[in-house]
Structure formats: C-alpha cells, structure tokens
Design a protein around this ligand. Structure first.
Ligand code: F6P
Length: 760
C-alpha cells in the first residue's frame, strides 16, 4: 500500500517535473536564450581552430626566426672554436646559450651523423639520423615525453668541418600561448554574445513597452467610446490592423451585431456601467412580473403567461431599477410598502416593482376595451373585427396619463431611461417627454404593426402615432413592422421621414425607428432542475395516462385567437383521418392559459376549442385514448419546460405574431438536441428559426403533413436542425436584445449632450 503510494507520489512528481520542463521549454525567452547559446558555441567552434592555427604558425615562425638569428650570431664563433681546439670550447658556449628559458638544447651533428657538443638537456630521442639532415636549413617538430620540441637544423660549412647546428626550442610556451588564446577567444565570444543578447533584450523590452502603451491607449479609446486614432501603434507588427479590429469590434458591440459576443447578465451589467454610468432605468408595462394572489392556501405567487414578462424579467434582474406595472393580483395590495413598492424576485430581490392600481372601469376601458378589443385585433389581422369605443379611448388616455405621473414619481432624476412596453401605452412616450423633457424614452411595440390601410381604420390613428413619436427610439421585432410604421406615419402625419437612417422628425423631435428581435434568457431559468427528457416524457405519459410509446405533440400558449389553436387541432383531425395508423399513438397536448376571458372573442375561442376537441376525440379516440388533451389552466414555467422536453414535436401555429417566444423556449428546453419545431411563417420567430418546419396555419392539409414529417424525422436531422436553432437562440438572447436598445440609447444620449454643450 505504502509502496504504491510512493510510486504514485513519484509518478506525480515526475509528471510535475516534466510538465515544468515542458512549460520552460515553451517559454519564448528560454528558447531565445538557448538559441543564443547554440549560436555562440558554433562561433567558438569555428574561431578556436582558426585561432589555434594562427597562434601556432606565429609561434613557429617566431621560433624559426630566433633559431636562425641565434645560428647567425654564433656560427662564426662555432667555426673559430672548432678550429681552435677541436671544438673544446663549444660546450660552455652552448651551455650559456641554453640558459635562455625557451632554448632547450644545442648540439652539433657532424658529417658522420654523430651528435657532438650537445648540451645536457638534449633529449635522448633526438638523433642526427632521425632528422634526415640535408644541405639546407630545416625545421621540424618532435614530441618527447609529452613535450613538443622544435628542432632547427643549420648547415655548418667551416674549414673545421661540416655538420649541422641543432637548436632545440621547448614549445611549451607556444602551447601556453594557444591555451591563453583559446581562453580569450571563448571569453570574448561569450562576452560579445552576452552583450549583444542583453542589448537585444533591452531593446525588445523597450519596444514591447512602447507597443503595449500604444495598445492601451487604443483600447482605452475604444472603451470610452472615443474615435480610435489608427496611427497609434502603427509601428507595432499589425498595429493598424489591431486598432482597426478593435474599432470594428466596438462597432459590432455598439450594434450588438457581434455574434462573438456572448450576451449574459454580466455583460449587460457591464454595458450599463460603461456606457450608461449613473443612468436610472425605469420599465413600464401593463403586466407585472410577479402577481400575488389570495387563495385558500394563503398568498401565492404567480408568474404570468406573458412573452413580455419572460423577456424583460431577466433583463431587470441583471440591470436593477424600477418596474412600474398594473397591480392585478388579489393580494398585491397586501404585499407592497407605503409607496406601493415591493422588491422582487421575492427569493432574491434585484429590483423594485411599483404597482399602479386601476379601477374596474379603467381596466374595462383601457385594457379590455381599447387595448385588447381595439389595438390587438387591429394589429394582428386575425380576422376578428377591431372595436373602437369612445369611452374606451378616454380611459386609455386617462390610464396612460396615470402611468406618466407614476414615472415622474419614481424618477430620481430628470433624465431617466424609460423603457415603455407595448400597445397598452401608445400615448405614454409623448406624455413622458412633456413631463421629463430630458428623459430617454425607448418604446418597444411587442405586437405586429399592420400596413397603413389597415392601421388607417383606427379613429385615433394620428394621436397614437403622435404619442409613439414622443419616444427617443421606437422598436419593433422586425424590419417589416418598422417599414409599416414609417408608411403609416408618411400617410397620416406631417413629418419628416429619413428612410436611410430610419428616423422620423415630428414637431422638431426626432425618433429613431429600429428593429430589435426579442428573445429569451439563455440558459432559461426554467431549465434548471429539469429531469432528463426520458424522465420528463415518463412523467407526462403517467400524468395524462398515455400509452408508453405515444408520439407526443404539444402546444403551449395563452388561449388567444391569434395563436391558431383551432387550426392546429383541425390539422390533427386531418392527419388522423388520412393516417389512421396513428390512432392510439399520436396525442396532442394543448396547454392553454385562460386570458382576457371577459372578452367575447376569447370565451368563444375557448368554447369552440373544447367543442372541436370533443368532436375529434369522439371521431378518432376510443379505448380510454383521446388524441386531443386540453389542459386549460395557468402553467408555471417549470411545467411548460417539462412538457417541451417530453414532446416529439412542438406546434406554434400563430395566425400572426410579433415574435412568439414559445418557439424559442421549446428550442432552449431541448438540450438533448431532439424534438421538431413546427412554426408558423406568420410569427416573427420564423425569420430567425428557419430550421423549423415552417407552415401556413391556414393550410390544414400542409400543417397535417408537417406534423407527419416531424414524427418521422430521423434523429440525425432533428439534431442538425435543433443545433442550428439553439445556436441562434443562445447568441441572440434577450440580453442582446436589451443591449442593442441600451447601446443605441447611450449613443443618442451622448450625441444629445454634445449638441447641448455646443449650443450653450
Ligand atoms: O406582446 C403581447 C403581450 O403583451 C405579451 O406580453 C404577451 O404574450 C401577452 O401580450 C400578454 O397578454 P396579457 O398581459 O394581456 O395577458
């Protein structure tokens, strides 16, 4: 056990060492240093032999010269001495000369090849015969007892006899010279390499520092929204390109077109900090994000079935601020403070909800009447006749004014950013502008805007357009709806329209008309804690008593005539008629939240759906199986997501829809990349989710065919379609939607400040 622990520890250390070594080897500084060392060694390897040869040659010439000089200076003396006493005086002469530290020995080779008069240090290995002496002077190098000896042999031609004078030099001094020269070569190459290296490092550091400074300036300019000086950092490698790239990225950020920007609550928060520091954000909508109701079980909290709420709530959680809305819950008054405010979400408060109370008469006229019997059918063109009543219009005006007063009460400064939501508040932007002229009003119209002819039937069309043009920015889901609005304004109002920039100027005030496709939070909060799809399916199968192998189609929405619920049910009828083999297998579950039930068109739809479902179930059902299941009640988000995850297909067949967030929620719920989305071409979402099976809900036969196709779609195709749609929804999420509007608002605020400053 211990041994294996040690072995493991050893392995861990070894791995850590090799990791450290790899890291070191990857370090560019280390690499350059190694390269420098290798280069220096190569230079040395080239220089040292050359230096050695030069020094050796020089030493040899030196010794030869000295030997020759010596020979010349003593040759007469030798001749005289040899003549005088048979050379007897030569030995003392040679001994004296050999006292020179470099001269090792002297001697004479006579003509018989015998060495005579040699000094004591004459090495035994030196013999006259071995030297191969000739008529001319000769030089040679010998090795004796690991010493190198230079031998100079000079011809003696005197009357006393021939022979050769041998002058032996110890070459130890030459070897010492070579060693010293080698040492100096190595030292000087190393010194030069070190010096050059240090100089290069110093220069590189100075260069990098200056590039970094330039880059910082460029980035800081980008961050503070100033124009980037593209000549900055021009001396850097790719400096201009980098500066231009940052500018592009900033442009993308400003337009929120950058698909590389992953928009998240954090990014949105940062955007507010950087682009709109100190800004006060107020949101106004009719529907509140949290409804407190009194029930038998006490006070309960409800999340309304509303695309607007699903989109804006996460944005408010990220940004903070105040959301002003109609307090419609039966226990709403009991849960607010003295200023009609409550911090939400209750579990983790992030922003304030200010509730506005409306009387029944106000609700009837403003909400049910003008908003939902007038503007809703007018804008949706779902062949329900719009109804315009004078008293509804009056209530609509009065309630808009009440909300305008609430905004003034809530505003802590005179220039808040007010995000006005939807068709309930067409008059509000102008009213805010009159009360808070410095406010930035961003209005978003969540439903379609019809063509000019259709809109023209509204008796108060001018007032509505005028009210909306109090906005700084007016947003729609699609460019098509923006164009319809421009057309309507062109047709009915005395205004200046700049189509290139997409703006309308009315009474000296300019409003930008922009498209901002709304979306959902990513990842959706309702996905957290969801069981795997098989378990969701098992739960749904058990809840509705379905066969284990049932094919499940679902539809989720408010019970609204614009959603095409009847058309969908008719398509199921058609499919079961033409493909009876699906009987007992296919079930369509419709989760429908009752909505605006006070209105005849809504209660009629609900009644008609129940009747038609009963008829179809009687026609195709049996043995305890019904092909149509209606779940008519409010569904909380986690229930909706469970249904989505259990489904083989989700049908969104709106007859007309601004966007439709159910389609996006279905896609977001399917992290298993399965399931098929059938989507109406008349929903704004079809512009983005083109990998869905796009249908015309008025064409029953083709809808039935789409459902059949969805049920038979291979898993690989489902995955490919779902992946593309998920990418789309992830990137173009609701944080991006909010960011686009806020960035545009920030830009306009800056522009306005510049204009005001230049005028004062
Ligand atoms: O965009 C239309 C909308 O305001 C959405 O928020 C939502 O789908 C629906 O209408 C909500 O309706 P209500 O608030 O009347 O229930």
């Amino acid at each position: 056990m211990m041994a294996s622990l040690f072995a493991a520890a050893h392995r861990t250390h070894a791995v850590a060492r090799s990791d450290a070594a790899h890291r070191l080897a990857r370090n560019p500084m280390v690499r350059y240093a190694l390269l420098g060392i290798v280069a220096a060694v190569l230079v040395m390897a080239m220089l040292v032999p050359v230096g050695t040869a030069v020094i050796e040659g020089w030493s040899r010439r030196d010794v030869e010269l000295r030997s020759r000089l010596l020979f010349r200076s003593i040759r007469d003396q030798i001749a005289a001495t040899r003549m005088r006493a048979d050379g007897a005086g030569l030995s003392p002469l040679f001994d004296r000369i050999a006292e020179d530290e470099r001269i090792l020995a002297l001697g004479i080779c006579n003509d018989t090849g015998a060495l005579v008069h040699a000094t004591r240090q004459m090495p035994r290995s030196v013999t006259c015969r071995a030297l191969a002496l000739g008529e001319s002077d000769a030089f040679t190098t010998l090795t004796d007892e690991n010493r190198r000896i230079h031998v100079g042999a000079f011809r003696l031609a005197t009357e006393a006899g021939g022979g050769h004078l041998l002058v032996l030099h110890d070459l130890a001094f030459a070897d010492a010279r070579v060693r010293t020269a080698r040492l100096y070569t190595v030292l000087s190459v190393a010194a030069v390499a070190g010096g050059v290296g240090l100089l290069a490092v110093g220069m590189a550091l100075a260069l990098v520092r200056s590039w970094t400074r330039s880059m910082r300036e460029v980035v800081s300019e980008a961050r503070h929204g100033r124009l980037i000086d593209c000549t900055k950092g021009r001396d850097m490698p790719a400096g201009r390109e980098i500066a231009a790239l940052i500018d592009d990225l900033r442009g993308e950020k400003a337009g929120a077109e950058g698909i590389h920007v992953e928009w998240s609550p954090k990014m949105l928060h940062r955007l507010l900090d950087e682009e709109l520091p100190d800004a006060e954000v107020l949101v106004v909508s009719n529907r509140e994000p949290y409804i407190h109701n009194r029930t038998d079980a006490g006070t309960t909290l409800q999340t309304p079935a509303s695309g607007l709420v699903a989109a804006l709530e996460p944005v408010m959680r990220a940004c903070g601020g105040t959301w002003i809305a109609h307090g419609s819950g039966s226990a709403d008054r009991e849960t607010v403070d003295a200023h009609d405010r409550v911090r939400v979400p209750p579990a983790d408060p992030a922003y304030a909800l200010r509730r506005v109370w409306l009387s029944e008469a106000e609700q009837d006229g403003y909400y049910y009447g003008f908003a939902n019997e007038g503007l809703w059918p007018l804008c949706h063109i779902a062949f329900v006749r719009p109804t315009f009543r004078e008293q509804d219009w009056q209530q609509y005006q009065a309630v808009n004014a009440r909300f305008a007063d609430s905004i003034v009460e809530e505003a802590g400064r005179d220039d808040p950013i007010v995000l006005v939501q939807d068709y309930h508040f067409a008059l509000l932007p102008r009213m805010i502008r009159e009360r808070l002229p410095r406010a930035t009003v961003v209005t978003f119209w969540h439903i379609p805007w019809p063509n000019a002819e259709t809109f023209g039937i509204c008796p108060w069309r001018d007032e509505i357009i005028d009210g909306l043009l109090g906005s700084t920015i007016l947003g729609f889901h699609t460019r098509f709806h923006c164009n319809n609005f421009l057309e309507a304004t062109d047709r009915f109002m005395e205004s200046r329209i700049d189509r290139e920039h997409g703006s309308i100027t009315l009474g000296g005030h300019e409003t930008m008309i922009r498209s901002y496709p709304i979306s959902i939070e990513w990842p959706p909060a309702a996905l957290a804690g969801q069981a795997p799809p098989e378990q969701c399916r098992a739960a749904v199968v058990a809840r509705y008593g379905l066969p284990a192998d049932a094919r499940i189609a679902v539809g989720v929405e408010r019970f609204d005539y614009t959603k095409g619920i009847l058309d969908r049910v008719a398509a199921i009828d058609d499919l079961l008629t033409r493909s009876p083999d699906l009987k007992g297998k296919l079930v369509y579950i419709q989760a429908a939240s009752p909505t605006r039930s006070k209105l005849g068109a809504y209660s009629a739809l609900q009644d008609e759906t129940v009747r038609l479902a009963g008829e179809i179930n009687a026609r195709h059902g049996g043995d305890g199986w019904s092909p149509i299941v209606l779940s008519i009640r409010h569904h909380e988000p986690h229930e909706v997501f469970e249904l989505f995850r259990a489904a083989d297909t989700c049908i969104v067949s709106s007859l007309h829809d601004g966007m439709n967030l159910v389609a996006k929620e279905f896609v977001a719920s399917r992290d298993d990349e399965h399931g098929v989305l059938i989507l109406s071409g008349f929903a704004g979402a079809s512009r983005e989710l083109s990998e869905a099976l796009i249908v015309n809900p008025y064409d029953t036969r083709s809808m039935a065919a789409a459902i059949e196709r969805a049920l038979g779609m291979p898993a690989a195709e489902q995955r490919e379609r779902m992946r593309l749609m998920r990418d789309q929804v992830r990137q173009r999420n609701v944080y991006r939607w909010a960011a686009q509007m806020l960035l545009d608002a920030a830009r306009l605020r800056k522009r306005e400040r510049i204009v005001t400053a230049s005028e004062s």
